[in-house]
Every structure is written in C-alpha cells, then in structure tokens.
Design a protein around this ligand. Sequence first.
Ligand code: SAM
Length: 234
Amino acid sequence: MISHAVYFVALPIGNREDITRRALDVLGEVDTICCEDTRHTAPLLAHYGIHKPLLSVHEHNERERANQVAERAEAGERFAVVSDAGMPGVSDPGYRLVTELQRRGIRYTVLPGPSAVVTALVGSALPSDSFFFGGFLPVKKGKRKSLLAAAAERPYTSIFYESPYRIAGTLKELAEAHPDTEVCVARELTKIHEQFHRGTAAELAEQFAKQQMKGEMVLLIGGSNAPSGKREAE
Ligand code: SAM
C-alpha cells in the first residue's frame, strides 16, 4: 500500500466525517505523522483509532524539520504530513517541506481532501470558473486596502481567509470604496452553524456591524463579472 516516502494528507475542516478511506489507510500505515500541534492532532487521530508517533512541524521550525524529515525519509522512514485542518501547505506549513523533498528527489504524493478556499467558493454562488486566492488578508491597513480594491476590480472572484475579530472592519473598508461589490462570507464550513452570508459590500458591512459574528470565516469578493446575489421576491 505504502509506495511513497512522504504523504501530504488533507484533514477535515470541521466535520470529522470528511476524511477519505485512503487518508485513513495511509495515516494508519506510515511510521510518523508530522503535524502542527500534537495536542490538536492526537485527539483527532485517536477518534479514527490511529495512534502513531507525532513530530511537530510548524511555521517556526519548518525549515529545520524539512531537512530532518528528508534525511529520515532517505533512510527509509515513512511519513504523513498534516496540518491542523484542511490541506497542508494552504495557509499552513507544508511548502518548505515539499520543496526540500522535491530538491532531493524524494518520492512524495498528496492525498486530496477538504480545503476551506474551494469549499467556500462553491457555496458562495459567486463565479467559480476562475478565482484568485490571497491567503490571509494582511493586518496592515494600506496593504489590505489595495488588495480589497484590486479584488473588486478584477473580472473574477477573489478569496481571502479573515479573522472573526477583523471581518466587520474589513467589510466596512470595502463598502466605503466599493459599496455595490458582491460579497460572500462563508462561516463555519461543514459545521453545525455553517452559513453563507451573501449581499453587496454595503449590506454585509451593515449586517456585520450590528452583530458580532463568531467562528472561522472566508471572505469572497465578487469581481466585475459577479451577478447580483439578491433573492427573488416570493
Ligand atoms: N489549510 C487550511 C485549508 O486548507 O483550508 C487553512 C488553514 S488556515 C490556518 C485557517 C483559516 O482557514 C481560518 O482562519 C479560516 O479563514 C479558514 N477556515 C478553515 N476552516 C474553516 C471553516 N470550517 N469554515 C470557514 N473557514 C475556515
């Protein structure tokens, strides 16, 4: 079954049932699982009946860990790499490790699965044929402002990860410059309180100013090609 040295494995983004059979097989067969936070991943793996040695690989040690994992993989150890949630390498550690494996010619593969960016896009009802993904929006006001302006102007959908503490302010900033831009905030994807908040930037800014929204969220900004999200009168 195990034919590669390293497997990058997607984990659920909320609903623990969202894991593939192949992911469970591979996680059960490798020697060691690299994860961001062992305290977070150990209980999730235990839920699937998987108990393996864990090695922490996070943004502060990924560079040195990449060398260690590559050397151990060359010596015959088999690894899986996961992040706290979703796809490793997507706004999460993984890039440096895959680069090192590539450089050394070590055989690796990726097991596809959930990622918040694609899940949010499909549910947003914004054009999904092409899109821009910007990762986390920067905290610095000037940079954020220019990214928001570019998003509203390009002819396809833009997607950003955003914190629940900043989302109201970000929507306000967008609404001040581009009030009619179509927007979606995808919240708590795959979880009990999942919601797709859809409207113009002005409408969502008003809604989010009134009510403190909690949970994980993805901000999607319709470009110049986005149709109105207005509901038809019943
Ligand atoms: N690697 C992950 C992926 O493939 O989506 C992303 C990890 S990034 C550190 C975490 C951010 O992803 C959250 O702050 C949020 O913006 C987004 N996210 C992750 N899970 C989510 C969910 N269930 N609902 C909405 N957004 C989510």
